[in-house]
Design a protein around this ligand. Structure first.
Ligand code: F6R
Length: 265
């Protein structure tokens, strides 16, 4: 059963998702000496990261035993490049909490041996396991950089970004031709088969069609996010705009049986 939480705005999406992450961290760390969190970059998770930093400063959570795995990294960008995902994570989360830097894992986009680097990353994820993986979604329904046509069994590998994704990412670069066209990305299997819980966040009208298709369309590699319906503990946090193409269906009595829809207060 996939849970959908409809929130009034992007800030509420970040807040509600942060409550699930914080409770999962607290619950796990009460009985284990490690918590493993999967993370996305992008615009959508920024409010979530703000709430996690606030919870850290409030003494609610402690990151000293937390390990993180990011979904992806651009090929060819050094970690100190302002658009690398390592730099993004430092600037938006890691610099503000007490996480030891060696516990923050990302694929190395500068590797000379792509196959070996991807195998190393996949093995590390499999050996630690992921307590909770947070995801965003692309306008083309990608999760991580698993673009349409990705296989359910895909693992960490080098991927070519679609024109739509390159165009969406261009907003962060000075010019279009600086946008990397390849990335190292975890696969759909990497996320689905190693995570105890999954949280997907989507905000804004540009995600409305992707969300409607992921929730109501067929489960298929052409709709990578649709595979999340096969996971036992997956929650979508959507703002009103991201839910707007399907809310008339899922918010009414005709909601499919595999969805549980709730409204955040
Ligand atoms: C980022 C990632 C992508 C983004 C997605 C949404 O690490 O893997 O799948 O989550 O492209 O990006 P935003 O949040 O910028 O709309």
């Amino acid at each position: 059963m996939l849970r959908v939480v409809i929130c009034k705005n992007p800030d509420e999406v970040g807040y509600q998702a942060s409550r699930q992450v914080i409770e999962s961290m607290q619950r796990t760390l009460a009985k284990s000496d490690r918590y493993v969190l999967g993370l996305p970059t992008g615009e959508t998770p920024l409010p979530l990261y703000g709430y996690l930093i606030a919870a850290f400063y409030a003494g609610e959570i402690d990151f000293s035993a937390v390990h993180t795995f990011n979904l992806d990294e651009y090929v060819g960008l050094p970690p100190n490049h302002a658009q690398s995902y390592r730099y993004f994570m430092m600037r938006n989360l890691f610099d503000f909490v007490n996480i030891p830097v060696h516990q923050t894992h990302m694929p190395n986009g500068l590797t000379r041996d792509v196959n070996q680097e991807c195998a190393r990353y996949e093995r590390l994820i499999e050996s630690l396991g992921i307590d909770l993986w947070v995801l965003g979604i692309g306008r083309n329904e990608h999760i991580a950089f698993n673009e349409p046509g990705s296989s359910r069994e895909s693992k960490t590998r080098k991927v070519k970004l679609t024109l739509d994704t390159i165009e969406a990412n261009a907003r962060f670069f000075e010019s279009h031709d600086q946008v990397p066209t390849e990335a190292l990305s975890v696969g759909i299997s990497t996320v689905l088969d190693n995570s105890k819980e999954i949280v997907l966040m989507a905000t804004g009208l540009s995600k409305a069609q992707a969300i409607a298709i992921a929730l109501l369309g067929p489960v298929s590699g052409w709709i990578p996010a649709s595979y999340l319906r096969e996971h036992e503990h997956c929650t979508f946090y959507l703002d009103k705009l991201a839910a707007s193409n399907c809310e008339q269906v899922i918010g009414e009595g005709v909601c499919p049986e595999y969805l549980e829809v709730v409204y955040a207060e």
